[in-house]
Design a protein around this ligand. Structure first.
Ligand SMILES: [Zn+2]
Length: 262
């Protein structure tokens, strides 16, 4: 899947999981402001798995350093679509997010401690999302500005639930893997255990695309990454995100969009 598509599906997933007003599942209900800020963060989290890609969007986020970090991650995880694209990585992200969630700093002039871990991770994730979605017009300084504004928004309007950050980051990360699972490349889901299918399996028509000769697993309903089908899927996903964000923004100021539309 393409970066912008990963980001958009991440935002859609957060809205679907948190919104209650008829257009969401309400599995993890948060306030309308929490829906908006979380959607931005989840969009950014949905880009993290491609940090194993030396030429990925993220590698250009910070001059020199970005390439060094993504290059290092890429080598440590075995290259693109290896370690960072397995279930073990989801577990690691969950642990990392839990650690970041606990990092706080009590400034002498503020009443409450500031969640510095959440703020820093949010600024980076939202900068990535802003860049991938084209909001920054291809400029990383603008993307970082969007990230900083977003992170400030999160510190003020964070969802009221204490565990939201961990759920949001892990969900976005998982949605990225789900998106890649739907393309022909597939994923090494149980990395570092990547068993290859027996020779006979590689001749079975449909199944050889589900468990590829390289040992990757896929449900390739979208075809190749960036296919027409992938773009077609993104139209309803984008409309859903647009509706969910508008609904939440209006709800925040006391307007019920669902009642107006009926
Ligand atoms: Zn990927």
């Amino acid at each position: 899947m393409m970066g912008a598509h990963h980001a958009m599906t991440g935002a859609a997933a957060w809205i679907a999981v948190t919104a209650t007003a008829g257009h969401g599942l309400g599995l993890f209900p948060v306030s309308p402001a929490g829906t908006i800020t979380g959607a931005l963060l989840c969009a950014g989290a949905a880009l993290l798995a491609d940090a194993d890609h030396g030429s990925a969007t993220i590698s250009r986020s910070v001059p020199v350093l970005g390439r060094l970090v993504t290059g290092g991650i890429s080598r440590a995880s075995g290259g693109h679509r290896h370690g960072l694209h397995g279930l073990l990585a989801v577990l690691c992200v969950w642990l990392l997010a839990t650690g970041l969630d606990r990092l706080s700093w009590q400034s002498p002039w503020a009443e409450k401690p500031i969640d510095v871990g959440v703020a820093a991770a949010s600024a980076a994730a939202i900068a990535f999302a802003g860049y991938a979605l084209g909001l920054a017009q291809g400029s990383w300084p603008i993307a970082w500005l969007i990230g900083l504004v977003g992170a400030a928004g999160i510190t003020v309007f964070a969802p009221e639930r204490s565990d939201w950050f961990i759920v949001c980051i892990t969900l976005g990360y998982g949605v990225h893997l789900a998106g890649d699972l739907l393309t022909t490349g597939g994923l090494p889901l149980f990395w570092p255990w990547v068993p290859r299918p027996p020779r006979a399996w590689r001749k079975v028509p449909v199944l050889r695309h589900v468990w590829t000769s390289g040992g990757y697993l896929a449900l390739p309903v979208l075809g190749n990454a960036g296919s027409v089908r992938e773009w077609a899927l993104l139209i309803p996903v984008t409309l859903y995100v647009g509706y969910g964000m508008l609904f939440a923004a209006l709800a925040e100021v006391g307007v019920d969009l669902a009642a107006i539309l009926h």
